[in-house]
Design a protein around this ligand. Structure first.
Ligand code: VG1
Ligand code: CO
Length: 542
C-alpha cells in the first residue's frame, strides 16, 4: 500500500559540496530523511518504471535510511532498485553501477571522511544517470523543494532483506540485491595490467592498504589480496564498521598517522595507501616519502599511458582551483587541455562527459578518471601500482625524477575547524571587500600580482558558479587561497591553501612548512586569520 504523508519543511537542507550532511540526530528527526528524499524525487522527471541504485558507506543509520529510500522509490514509481548487499556501495562503485546498468540515477548514503556513530555524521546525495554527483542546477532545485515540501509518498511493506543476494518484488517494484564488489573489481581489471602487478607482488613487493574500518575494506581484500596475490594482511582495518572503530575515516596525515609512521620507519613496506569513509579518496605514501594529492595527480597523469586503460594518452586534465599547479605542467608538456574548476567533484562531470578531460583531481586526496564520474580511491592506488610495476622503480625515485623534470610545487593546506560561523564569515567578508586594493602591494617581501574571488564558467554548458574561493597570486607564481568548507556539520571550517613553485632540483628537499613559511605568514597578514578565528594554529595541516 502506498501512503501520502503530510509533512512540514526543514530550513536546513541545503546540499553542500557533496550532498546533504548533518549529525545523525538531525537526520533522525521526524520526516527529515523522507523530506529530503522526496525533494530529490520531485526535482527529477521521467523516472517512472526506471532503475535507481541505492547504497552507502555502512555508517550508523545507513540501514534505516536504505529501507526508507526503497519504500519511497516504490511509492514514487521507480520500477526497480539495485541495492548493494548489506547496504554497502562505495561512492565510485555506485557511480559505476549507475553507468553500467544505465540506471536513472542513484542515492548514496555517506558523509565521506566525517566520523560516524549515533552522534556523528550522516549524509545523502543524489547522482544522475552519468554516474556523477547532481550538478548545481539540480541541487538548487532539490533545496528549493525542501523549502516548500508538504507531503511525501511511501509504500508500506516489511523491511527488505538486504543481506541476501536475490531479486524480489516489493510494493510493485523489483528489488535487486547485488554484490557491491564484483562489477567494480571487473572494471579495475579492465583498466590496469593486473598481470604486471601480480608479478610485482609475487616478486616480494609489499604494501599496506588501510581501509580505516570504512567501505573500501571488502574491495581492497578482493582486489589486492584475492585477485592480485598481495599477501594476507596487506589490507588492514578492512571490516566496515558503523562508527569506523571510533576514528575519522579521513586518510590524511593526522587521522592516518599510524600509516605515515610505518611508511617512514625502518621496516616500511614498499608502498602505503588508505581510503576514506565512502572510498572516493586516496592517501599515497611511498617508502620514506609522502606524496601530496596534488603531486600524485600530476604523476598519475604523466604516467597513465603505462596502464592499458590509458595507453592512448589523455584528452585533458582537470583540477579544482585550490589544487596545486603541478598537473598544469604535465598537461602543458603533453599538449592537452587543462581545466581549473571549483571545489567538488560535480564540476568535473561535464568535462568528462564531453571527452575534454580524462583525469581529474583535487588537493583533498581525490583523484579519478573518466571510468566513473566520482573520484576513486582504489583506482588511484591501482594506477600507482601499475606504474610502479611497469617502471620497476621505487615511488620515491618516480617522485624525485618527476620534480627534476617539471619542478616541485610545494603545497600545504591548513584547516581551522569549528570556527564560529559569524567570525569565519567576517573574515571572508573583509577579505572580499579589499581584494581590488591588493594587487601591487608588498607583503613579507613579496608583491601581490592579482587577487580575486574565483568564478567558474563551465565551458560545456556555459553555467557560471561564483564565490568559489579567494585567490591571492604573488609575482613569481606563488599563491594562497582561502575558502570556507561546504562539508562540515558544526560551525565553519576555514581552509587556507598555500603553494610555491620551485624549479631548482637543488632546492627540492626543503621541509614543506619551512618552504611555505613566508606565504603562510603573508596569508595571516592579509586575511587576519589569527585575529578573526582566535586561533594560534590550524586544527589540521595536510
Ligand atoms: C571537501 C574537499 C573537496 C571535496 C569534498 C567532498 O570539501 O575540500 O575537495 O570534493 O570535501 O569530498 P569542502 O567544501 O569541505 O572543502 V568527500 O570525500 O567528502 O565526498
Ligand atoms: Co569521500
Amino acid at each position: 500500500m502506498t501512503r501520502t504523508v503530510e509533512t512540514t519543511p526543514y530550513d536546513d537542507q541545503k546540499p553542500g559540496t557533496s550532498g546533504l550532511r548533518k549529525k545523525v540526530p538531525v537526520f533522525q528527526q521526524k520526516n527529515y530523511a523522507e523530506n529530503f528524499i522526496q525533494s530529490i524525487f520531485d526535482a527529477l522527471e521521467g523516472f517512472a518504471g526506471k532503475e535507481l541504485v541505492i547504497g552507502g558507506d555502512g555508517r550508523y543509520f545507513n540501514r534505516e535510511v536504505i529501507q526508507i529510500a526503497i519504500r519511497m522509490a516504490a511509492a514514487n514509481g521507480f520500477g526497480r532498485v539495485v541495492v548493494g548487499k548489506g547496504g554497502i556501495l562505495s561512492t565510485p562503485a555506485a557511480s559505476h553501477l549507475i553507468r553500467k546498468r544505465k540506471a536513472f540515477g542513484g542515492i548514496i548514503l555517506s558523509a565521506s571522511h566525517n566520523p560516524g556513530g549515533p552522534h556523528e555524521d550522516f549524509g545523502i546525495k543524489y547522482n544522475a544517470d552519468n554516474g556523477g554527483p547532481a550538478p548545481e542546477k539540480l541541487t538548487d532545485a532539490i533545496f528549493a523543494n525542501t523549502r516548500k515540501i508538504s507531503s511525501y509518498r511511501i509504500a508500506d511493506f516489511d523491511p527488505v532483506d538486504i543481506d541476501t543476494i536475490a531479486t524480489t518484488e516489493a510494493g510493485g517494484m523489483t528489488v535487486e540485491i547485488v554484490d557491491p564488489v564484483t562489477d567494480y573489481a571487473a572494471l579495475m581489471e579492465s583498466l590496469f595490467d593486473f598481470d604486471a602487478i601480480r608479478r610485482m607482488f609475487a616478486g616480494g613487493f609489499r604494501m599496506r592498504f588501510d581501509a580505516m574500518h570504512a567501505v573500501t575494506g571488502p574491495y581492497a581484500k578482493e582486489i589486492l589480496e584475492n585477485r592480485l596475490g598481495a599477501p594476507d594482511g596487506t589490507a588492514r582495518n578492512y571490516h566496515p564498521l558503523p562508527d569506523f572503530g571510533g576514528h575519522h575515516p579521513d586518510p590524511n596525515l593526522v587521522h592516518a598517522k599510524h600509516l605515515y609512521d610505518e611508511m617512514m620507519g625502518p621496516d616500511a613496506p614498499d608502498f602505503g595507501a588508505a581510503s576514506d569513509g565512502d572510498g572516493d579518496r586516496n592517501l599515497i605514501i611511498g617508502k620514506g616519502i609522502f606524496i601530496t594529492p596534488s603531486d600524485s595527480l600530476a604523476m598519475l597523469a604523466a604516467n597513465a599511458h603505462l596502464a592499458p586503460g590509458y595507453q592512448d594518452g589523455l584528452k585533458g586534465i582537470a583540477r579544482s582551483m585550490p589544487t596545486s599547479g603541478a598537473a598544469d605542467r604535465v598537461a602543458e608538456k603533453m599538449g592537452v587541455g587543462m581545466y581549473e574548476t571549483p571545489t567538488g567533484w560535480k564540476f568535473f562531470g561535464n568535462l568528462l562527459d564531453a571527452g575534454m578531460a580524462t583525469i581529474c583531481g583535487e588537493e583533498s586526496a581525490g583523484t579519478g578518471s573518466d571510468h566513473v564520474r566520482e573520484k576513486d580511491g582504489l583506482w588511484a592506488v591501482l594506477l600507482w601500482l601499475n606504474i610502479l610495476a611497469v617502471r620497476g622503480e621505487s615511488a620515491k625515485d618516480i617522485v624525485t625524477k618527476h620534480w627534476t623534470t617539471y619542478g616541485r610545487n610545494y603545497y600545504s593546506r591548513h584547516d581551522y575547524e569549528e570556527v564560529a560561523t559569524d567570525r569565519a564569515n567576517a573574515l571572508v567578508g573583509e577579505l572580499r571587500a579589499k581584494l581590488d586594493a591588493l594587487p601591487g602591494t608588498r607583503v613579507r617581501g613579496m608583491t601581490i600580482a592579482a587577487a580575486d574571488d574565483f568564478a567558474y564558467h563551465d565551458p560545456v554548458d556555459g553555467s557560471v558558479s561564483e564565490h568559489q574561493g579567494i585567490r591571492i597570486l604573488f609575482e613569481g607564481g606563488s599563491r594562497v587561497v582561502l575558502r570556507l568548507s561546504g562539508t562540515g556539520t558544526s560551525g565553519a571550517t576555514l581552509r587556507l591553501y598555500v603553494e610555491r613553485y620551485e624549479p631548482d632540483p637543488a632546492r627540492h628537499d626543503i621541509d614543506t612548512q619551512e618552504a611555505l613559511a613566508d606565504l603562510i605568514g603573508a596569508a595571516d597578514d592579509i586575511a587576519g586569520i589569527r585575529g578573526h578565528t582566535g586561533r594560534d594554529a590550524p586544527s589540521v595541516i595536510t
